[in-house]
Design a protein around this ligand. Sequence first.
Ligand code: GLN
Length: 496
Amino acid sequence: MAELHQLSTQQIIDGLANKQFSSVELTTHFLNRIEKLDSQVNSFITVTGKQALAQAEEADKLRAGGDTRQLLGVPMAHKDIFCTKGVLTTAGSKILHNFLSPYDATVVNKVNNEGMISLGKLNMDEFAMGSDNSSSYYGGVHNPWNLERVPGGSSGGSAAAVAAGFVPMATGTDTGGSIRQPASFCGLTGIKPTYGRVSRFGMIAYASSFDQAGSFGKSALDCAYLLQAMAGHDKNDATSIKRDVPDYVQALKDAESIQGDKPYNGLRIGVAKEYFGAGLNSEVEKTTRDALAKLEELGATIVEVNITDPKTTLATYYMLAPAEASSNLSRFDGVRFGYRCEDPKDLTDLYTRSRSEGFGAEVQRRILMGTYALSAGYFDAYYVKAQKVRRMIAADFAKAFESCDLIVSPTAPTTAYAFDANLDPATMYLGDVYTIGVNLAGLPALSLPAGFDNDGMPVGLQLIGNHWQEAKLLETAHLFQQHTDYHTKLSDIANG
Ligand code: GLN
């Protein structure tokens, strides 16, 4: 039999319900693995072992007393961008190296309310800015498929922890691809829901009009279970939307009953040539085209659509996201919480040195770019112009969705690259070229494993849906996973 960390979420849920193992046994197993192996991966910033075991004991008692919540006693972990009461919350930054949040983020509360066990806080790019986890103050994260490679970012700790078999599921956030791209690099499924589906309350802000939380798992069904727990309106977040949350898990189970060899009959898949331009690695392209052929073989129809040129999208994102970041990050001033420089001479020195010493290079670069774009002389030329382009990007997606149900593309132009690649910023930004359009338009999208390159590194496939089509995305991915086995392959670390 597979070891506990190799089980799917469904197997864990069934195993707990049938008393094959207890939550304490499960939690202990995962904590032991983290202790033994995470020094190689560096996926956790904080492990909350004692608290997790206490929660697991409580979960076992509740279950024995007849509590039938499905996720009761199931372990998970949070990206270190979600505030956790009394537990260190760093956002991957030195400036928050000592920050104990006085409250829990709504996502954390909701997951707790389902009885899930949080094993700790996961490493990430500083303030979620980055695509390979190299900007974390707490050190880079290594890809469990090959420790010499990056796991992607900014939710690289979340992806690596799931791929290493340290947790069955994890939360992440996606401002421009930070769930989908690490899912792709680490051979996982990861979903970024529609903007407004999940509360941002207590989630440290990078670019507020883009940021959205979502879930990572080995499969679409794993993601559905965790997203179900996270989603829903929250009066504490004015941008969260009052709209019923469908039963994602049930939708996937219903999809399984579609009989015959053409389960995708009637599904129109949009393919845009803009996603296959220069810079796309040939092995990633081949994998994507093979996956499209598989979808067609299973009954889907391919239609050609057009979206905004990804280069325009990239430029728009890297104007607007830093602008929002520069405003959001002004609260870290060395006065109220977080890092404060030694012996400031006066108030200006306190602000300047606390921020210069507390923020890393990438964060400072974005604050500079964003402040510039928002400054009086350049506001109209850059910020306002980019806002107008943002509307056009959303309109182009809306038009594409008139003739298709989903758009399929590569998630990223490459697979995971070398840990010591030290990419210059512009090259790193190019890696986001296929994911950021979705955030500019507020759309849902997911990445799922679609194959491997010649070095055995996972290749992800992106599915993009129209607003509120999370269930459709998850169902489509789930059906694909009924007919392929890429998502069942484990990294060396998870195999061991
Ligand atoms: N890589 C992108 C950036 O650096 C996206 C990050 C994210 O989604 N948080 O901004």
